[in-house]
Design a protein around this ligand. Structure first.
Ligand code: BES
Ligand code: MN
Ligand code: ZN
Length: 491
């Protein structure tokens, strides 16, 4: 979708529709904005049953000189309006346009004169871009055509805010495509390919990729063990963006890149396996956030580390009950080969801690079924070595509507991952399984401030909801970008 900003209402392009946001003041339906910058006119309209409720859309066939129709876009009560209401409203607009096969619109930006204007405006743009998505398998086109062009009629200084929101949302759509894609297409090498493409597109991005041979030679024994059942080799992808070259401060993002999780020899059930192409949602979020940072030119330094592998079954599969040596030197007894995410993340975290001089490490992973039971599909779990870091991430979550909720790391549970055959065991029984998985990771961060995001519940939706489609929703891209923007520099 092409998105432009037009400062002068009279210079807007020809389009399929003019979109006029309408607020409901509770009494009557009131047109709350002007059509030009300097002449605010607040008019009253009444269109049948249209009440201006949030996400309500009405079509009026009153042609202008540029558009054959006007779409009235309900915002709801103006004095209670939140940024998220704008996301919901603009997503409803796009859905209406797509159903009606409208390809273009001139969209008047509602009056948002507050000190938080950029948050409101970003959210309004996000609903537009995020709702204009459908995963299309090869030559099967979308069920409803996509909108091709939106011109926002806005203030001059809105242009940069709009462009930034579009960039971050397009990176989110990129992540959705990776997660929705066939497991046989989005392989560990394909993730490496996409990382290398980003290095081609942006001079400030550098990528290195370790192949299976290098992984084994370097001693990433847990990543190597998990990949042994697959016909495709593992990759350790390192993607560094340097947007603040004069600073030493660097955030490391570690994304779980299991391109298909069969469970390994501890095989999953058929139902448990069906959507396991999405087990690289963390990796996709990391690639998306770095792509957004690079495209915007965010003044931060961030390195993504992606351990990428399949968890499959083959004659060389790693085995339950056996002990494997991690990159850190700690040995791990395998309680269950389906607890593979924590193994590959453990190696990636200790590799990053040792070699990349991180000031902060954040891992993002579809780690446990247990977090879905605990928090459902609207909240991801967060665990962290310090409260400031988890508070910062939760703050970014509230801004982006990608919510996090903290899980504890009680000392009392440390005994759950003890082993009599090794330093640690990769399972700890049923109770508190999401917590135990995070506590396993904590053993590998080597004193670096660290947070863990468990996105197993939020990565994929059973049903579409507003700007979130069925299937992958790109969770984490906007959250991590917001975190980097607000907290990615030591000041
Ligand atoms: N990738 C799964 C977690 C998952 C489950 C993500 C459902 C999304 C939806 C992970 O590798 C896994 O299999 N975890 C097991 C661990 C158990 C064997 C200790 C789980 O949570 O059941
Ligand atoms: Mn698994
Ligand atoms: Zn997994």
């Amino acid at each position: 979708m092409k998105v432009t900003t037009v400062k002068d209402f009279q210079k807007r392009p020809v389009a399929d529709a003019l979109v006029v946001p309408v607020a409901n003041d509770g009494e009557q339906t009131t047109l709350t904005l002007s059509l030009g910058d300097d002449a605010p006119e607040f008019g009253s309209i009444s269109v049948g049953d249209f009440k201006g409720k949030n996400a309500e859309v009405a079509t009026e066939y009153a042609p202008t000189d540029r558009e054959p129709r006007t779409l009235l876009l309900g915002l709801g009560l103006l004095n209670e309006l939140t940024p998220h209401d704008l996301r919901l409203a603009s997503a409803a607009l796009i859905k209406t346009m797509r159903k009606a096969h409208l390809r273009s619109a001139n969209v008047i930006v509602p009056p948002l004169d507050s000190e938080f204007r950029s948050y409101f405006l970003s959210a309004f743009v996000e609903g537009v871009v995020l709702a204009n998505y459908e995963y299309t398998v090869r030559d099967k086109g979308p069920k409803h055509p996509l909108v091709e062009q939106i011109a926002f009629i806005a203030h001059g200084d809105d242009e940069a805010v709009i462009a930034e929101a579009v960039t971050v949302c397009e990176a989110t759509l990129f992540a959705r495509d990776l997660v929705n894609g066939n497991a046989d297409d989005i392989t560990p090498e394909a993730l490496a390919y996409h990382a290398r493409q980003l290095a081609k597109d942006y001079a400030a991005v550098k990528v290195t990729v370790m192949d299976e041979v290098a992984i084994a030679k370097e001693g990433l024994g847990l990543l190597h063990a998990v990949s042994r059942g697959a016909d495709k080799g593992a990759r350790l992808i390192t993607i560094a963006y340097t947007g603040a070259p004069e600073s030493d401060y660097r955030t490391v993002l570690v994304g779980k890149g299991v391109t298909f999780d069969s469970g390994g020899l501890d095989l999953k059930t058929a139902a448990g396996m069906e959507k396991m192409r999405s087990d690289m949602g963390g990796a996709a979020a990391v690639l998306g956030a770095i792509r957004a940072a690079a495209e915007v030119g965010l003044e931060v330094n961030v390195t993504g580390v992606i351990p990428a592998t399949e968890n499959s079954i083959g004659p060389a599969s790693y085995k339950p009950g056996d002990v494997y040596r991690s990159y850190s030197g700690k040995t791990v007894e395998i309680g269950n080969t389906d607890a593979e995410g924590r193994l590959i993340l453990a190696d990636a975290l200790s590799y990053a801690a040792k070699n990349l001089k991180p000031d902060v490490m954040i891992d993002i992973a579809t780690l446990t079924g247990a977090v879905m039971i605990a928090l459902g599909d609207e909240f991801a779990g967060v665990m962290a070595s310090d409260h400031v870091l988890s508070d910062e991430l939760m703050h970014a979550g509230r801004i982006t509507n990608e919510f996090l909720w903290p899980l504890p790391m009680p000392q009392e549970y440390e005994s759950k991952i003890e082993s009599d055959r090794a330093d640690l065991k990769n399972t700890g029984g049923k109770g508190g399984a999401a917590i135990v998985a995070g506590m396993f990771l904590a053993e590998f961060v080597d004193g670096v401030p660290w947070a863990h995001l468990d996105i197993a519940g939020v990565r994929f939706r059973e049903e579409a909801k507003s700007y979130l489609p069925k299937g992958a929703n790109g969770f984490g891209v906007r959250l991590l970008y917001q975190y980097l923007k607000d907290f990615g520099e030591d000041i």
